[in-house]
Structures are given as structure tokens and as C-alpha cells.
Design a protein around this ligand. Structure first.
Ligand SMILES: C[S@@+](CC[C@H](N)C(=O)[O-])C[C@H]1O[C@@H](n2cnc3c(N)ncnc32)[C@H](O)[C@@H]1O
Length: 335
């Protein structure tokens, strides 16, 4: 597991080495990895622009703001804003409604690109660990994590969600988009996963993706008392619930249920969701096997039968066994 500061150093490196003419716009994915569209190279002007067309982001953020964000001014917290590709789109979608805009990132070099790109006075917080301690309590109306959760390991995802409960207003949505969820039979995600395995086999370092699963996300959100609006193959929308206690749920009150949409990108647009209920995590049923006994294993009828077979098959074994038994019982009577 990489530390956030190491991930930040990797992104710093990436941004430093970045050359405009080396990138086409990411246009899709196949079994070998990302496919690029050199024909749309003009859309790649700054580090991070290569991570895809912004039109789907604009559509998703439009739906997010219209359907999930409370009316009035919106204080935004963006985790992993990088070069500001997603920030520019969200600011544009919010227009006059934007209140404060805070950005948390681990890569100071990448965030310099954001500062060049964005005119709006963004509050930048460069962190070296999961740390939202500098942010005000119950202050934010929306949290966006675009293409950053896939660089954050499962423990730090939990730590962020735990921290976010403190800084989000009750009911405020967290929108994570562009993470990689296994367990839902999505070929695109699976191919990315296998590609990562291949990188590990060949000891390839640098920027890479983390994976988690639908069930892990659903459980984490439920135990941290978020209300799940929807999970898809690339992320989720969940609201900071009204907290029952200051701690996450150590014991679940019942099965975990979450609406799921197969679409990796447009669940905000389609709103087609199917409820998925995970098995109840109640007490385990009694094991059908007897607990392992201390001391020598009991000799059951099967052992006796196979021993008798052995005696029949190996000539000379029977008299040896009988002699050994006689010796044992004799030594026992002398004590
Ligand atoms: C792939 S970029 C995405 C940038 C931008 N949101 C976009 O969509 O173009 C991922 C960003 O997440 C940041 N990041 C990675 N781990 C992080 C962490 N633990 N906390 C905050 N930001 C992190 C990286 O530094 C990088 O800027």
C-alpha cells in the first residue's frame, strides 16, 4: 500500500515529465489498456487533460447539481483535483451558485496547473496524509472526487469517508466518479485489473490504479452511516447521513442494501437502478464440523477398516503388529 505522500510524488513526477505532444485524448479502453484518439490531441493542452473528454463530466455534474444538491449557494470540497480538469467543469456547472471551493490534493506540482487554469479563488490544501483537520465542521454542501479515488487505497478511502462526516453538512452528497469496482462482472474494470497485475509481475512503478469491490463500498458507506443514493461500476453517490453516534457502526442492524446501476458512466442520466442486498452479516451459523480435539485424533470406524485392509495386503505385517501389542500390554502390567 502506497502512502498518500508517495502517490503525490508520483503525480509530481508525471506532471514534471508531461509533454503536450506525447498524449492523445483517452477515448476508451480495451484489453491492453487505454486507447487514445490522436485526432483530438488539440483537446490536450495541460497535464491531466488527456484523462478524457469533459463532455460526460459536464453531463454528470449537471445531473448531480440539479438532483442531489440542496438549493442555494454551494460550498464544494474536491478531493484530488489535480490539474483542475474536473474543477473547471464543476465551477462552470455551478455558475453563480458556487460559494467556497476547497481543493485537497497530495501533488503540489499538479495543483500548480490548476492554479494557472482556474481564475476562481480556490482554497488549496496540500496534504501528505488523509487530513481534513484544517477544514470547518459541517460546512460543505458537496464533495467531488473525480478520478482520484482510484489512486487511494481502501484504508484511506475509509479514512476520507470518516473525515468527511465531520466537514459535510447532514444530507450533503459525496460523488466519487472514476473508481474501479470489481465484483460486478464489468469487463472494462477486469481488463484494467489484469493490466495492473501484469505491471506488478514486471515491477512497473509510478502512477497506477487501486481496486475495490461493490460490496466493500456498500459496507463502508453503510457502517459510516451514509445514505447510499447509487453505486455503479465506476463510483457512487452517497449522502452524509444524520449520525447516530460518533463512531461507525461496529455491528450492522441488518443486511446492507444499495441501489446499483450497471452503467460505468451515466447513472446520473439514466437513473436506472436495481437494489442489491448483500447477505446479512449476522452471527455465523454453527459449524457442521466438530471442533478440533486436543490430543491424538480419535480412531473412527473408517480408520479401523482401512488398517485391517492394510494388514491383509502386506504379508508379515500382522505378526509384527501382534508382537508389538503383546510387548505394550506386558510393559503396562509391570508398572
Ligand atoms: C487522475 S488525477 C485526477 C485529477 C482531476 N480530478 C481530473 O479528473 O482530471 C488524480 C489526482 O488525485 C490526487 N490524489 C491521489 N491520492 C490522493 C489522496 N490520498 N488525497 C488527495 N488527493 C490525492 C493526485 O495527486 C491527482 O492530482
Amino acid at each position: 500500500v502506497k502512502k498518500p505522500s508517495d502517490v503525490g510524488a508520483d503525480f509530481d513526477d508525471y506532471a514534471r515529465r508531461w509533454r503536450k505532444d506525447e498524449y492523445g485524448l483517452e477515448s476508451g479502453y480495451d484489453a491492453r489498456g487505454v486507447t487514445r484518439d490522436p485526432g483530438r490531441a488539440d483537446q490536450v493542452q495541460r497535464p491531466g487533460d488527456e484523462w478524457g473528454d469533459v463532455a460526460p463530466l459536464r453531463e454528470a455534474y449537471g445531473g448531480l447539481v440539479a438532483d442531489f444538491v440542496a438549493p442555494g449557494p454551494v460550498n464544494v470540497l474536491e478531493i484530488g483535483a489535480g490539474g483542475g480538469r474536473s474543477t473547471a467543469v464543476l465551477l462552470d456547472v455551478l455558475g453563480d451558485r458556487v460559494g467556497e471551493y476547497h481543493v485537497v490534493d497530495v501533488s503540489p506540482v499538479f495543483v500548480e496547473v490548476l492554479k494557472e487554469r482556474i481564475e476562481f479563488p480556490v482554497d488549496v490544501h496540500i496534504v501528505t496524509d488523509v487530513d481534513l483537520s484544517g477544514l470547518p465542521v459541517e460546512h460543505f454542501d458537496l464533495c467531488l472526487a473525480q478520478s482520484s479515488w482510484s489512486h487511494i487505497g481502501i484504508y484511506d478511502q475509509y479514512r476520507y469517508l470518516r473525515e468527511l462526516r465531520r466537514v459535510l453538512r447532514p444530507g450533503a452528497p459525496v460523488y466519487v466518479n472514476g473508481q474501479f469496482l470489481l465484483g460486478v462482472g464489468n469487463d472494462w474494470t477486469w481488463n484494467r485489473f489484469v493490466r495492473r497485475v501484469d505491471q506488478i509481475d514486471r515491477d512497473i512503478q509510478g502512477v497506477f490504479h487501486e481496486f475495490t469491490s461493490f460490496a466493500a463500498v456498500a459496507e463502508m458507506l453503510t457502517r459510516l452511516q451514509y445514505d447510499i443514493e447509487c453505486i455503479n461500476t465506476a463510483g457512487f453517490i452517497a449522502r452524509r447521513g444524520v449520525l447516530l453516534a460518533d463512531r461507525s457502526l461496529a455491528t450492522l442492524p441488518g443486511p446492507i442494501s444499495a441501489p446499483f446501476n450497471r452503467s460505468p458512466h451515466d447513472f446520473l442520466a439514466t437513473r436506472v437502478v436495481n437494489p442489491v442486498t448483500l447477505p446479512d452479516g449476522g452471527p455465523a451459523p454453527p459449524s457442521p464440523l466438530p471442533p478440533a480435539a486436543a490430543g491424538p485424533a480419535p480412531s473412527g470406524p473408517d480408520r479401523g477398516a482401512s488398517f485391517r485392509q492394510l494388514l491383509k495386503r502386506i504379508p508379515g505385517l500382522r505378526p509384527l503388529v501382534l508382537a508389538a501389542r503383546r510387548r505394550r500390554s506386558g510393559s503396562g502390567s509391570r508398572r
